[in-house]
Design a protein around this ligand. Structure first.
Ligand code: SF4
Length: 294
């Protein structure tokens, strides 16, 4: 069932046919972030029959194209691209839906990433025109080795068991700084957004950012700041709780390294959060594996 999005994908790479209509290949999600980049590399090393997918959004930093090319060389294979057919970026989502975010999360994450992923998964299911189907045996995500991410991974495994998700960074105890070092050691410059001081390579002008983030965007990308400020007034809602950007004190929360939540194909999927902190701690301290049934 194709809904709001998709699919402009380069052709699937060759898959190993093992009989009975099943294909042994896994899908790794690449986000242009440093953790997912390393997770994709580890996925290919553990199973060369891995296909990598990236969801394009127009407001990504242009340097992402350089990073994608570098990673393709590192992987020895193409990174496939999919995108929403309905919306080009967060500005487009906000303009058309007049909605920024709410208790269930950011509307742009839902439209630009989550629904694109769901539509893509649905397109892979066997149907009249695709009788063999080409569903992947596993999906690979770049959650890093820290307790909050392990908690998310456990929740994700419970909420989406059909994806048989794997989290190679958690399995190998790799943190984001470890991943940055691996990329640099491989001769790959980190995406420019990290170099500029952002903690994640989200869209430029991410609605998940707080006052300090937006004041940094005001300095680094003034045209993006004012585009969002103008849009806020048009729809009558602000992306920072209770403060329109055109009224934001330029010094409020300003920091060269603002904290910005990551945004991935699984953001806002995990609702409501499960209470898995004790399990996450056991995984963190090596007393439990993620590869058990929860
Ligand atoms: S990175 Fe930010 S702006 Fe982009 S889709 Fe995610 S929440 Fe929206």
């Amino acid at each position: 069932m194709l809904q709001s999005s998709i699919i402009s994908v380069s052709p699937h790479l060759p898959q190993i046919h093992v009989g009975g209509g099943a294909f042994v290949s896994q899908l790794a999600w690449f986000s242009c972030g440093i953790t997912s980049a390393v997770a994709c590399k580890l996925a290919i090393e553990s199973n060369p029959n891995t296909e990598i997918y990236y969801i394009e959004i127009k407001s990504a930093h242009p340097d992402n194209e350089r990073f994608i090319k570098d990673c393709e060389k590192w992987y020895g294979q193409k990174i496939n691209r999919i995108k929403s057919f309905k919306y080009s970026d967060q500005f487009d989502v906000i303009r058309k839906t007049r909605f920024i975010n709410g208790p269930s999360g950011a509307r742009c994450t839902k439209e630009l990433k989550k629904n694109v992923r769901f539509d893509f998964e649905n397109s892979l299911k066997p149907n009249l025109f695709n009788v063999d189907g080409s569903e992947f045996t596993h999906q690979i995500h770049g959650f890093e080795y820290k307790i909050s991410e392990i908690t998310r991974a456990i929740d994700y495994l419970m909420d989406f068991p059909y994806t048989n998700a794997k989290f190679p960074l958690i399995e190998k105890k790799l943190t984001k700084p470890n991943c940055a070092k691996m990329l640099i050691d491989a001769g790959i410059s980190l995406p420019v957004m990290y170099i500029l001081g952002y903690s994640n390579n989200n869209c430029i002008g991410c609605v998940k950012g707080g006052k300090g983030y937006w004041n940094k965007i005001r300095v680094d990308f003034p045209e993006v700041f004012w585009e969002m400020a103008t849009l806020e007034r048009i729809i009558g809602h602000s992306c920072i709780n209770g403060c329109f950007l055109d009224e934001l004190d330029p010094l409020d929360g300003f920091t060269p390294k603002p904290v910005l939540p990551s945004c991935s194909v699984v953001c806002e999927d995990i609702m409501p959060p499960q209470i898995n902190l004790s399990k996450a701690k056991k995984v963190f301290y090596g007393q439990m594996s993620l590869n058990v049934s929860y």
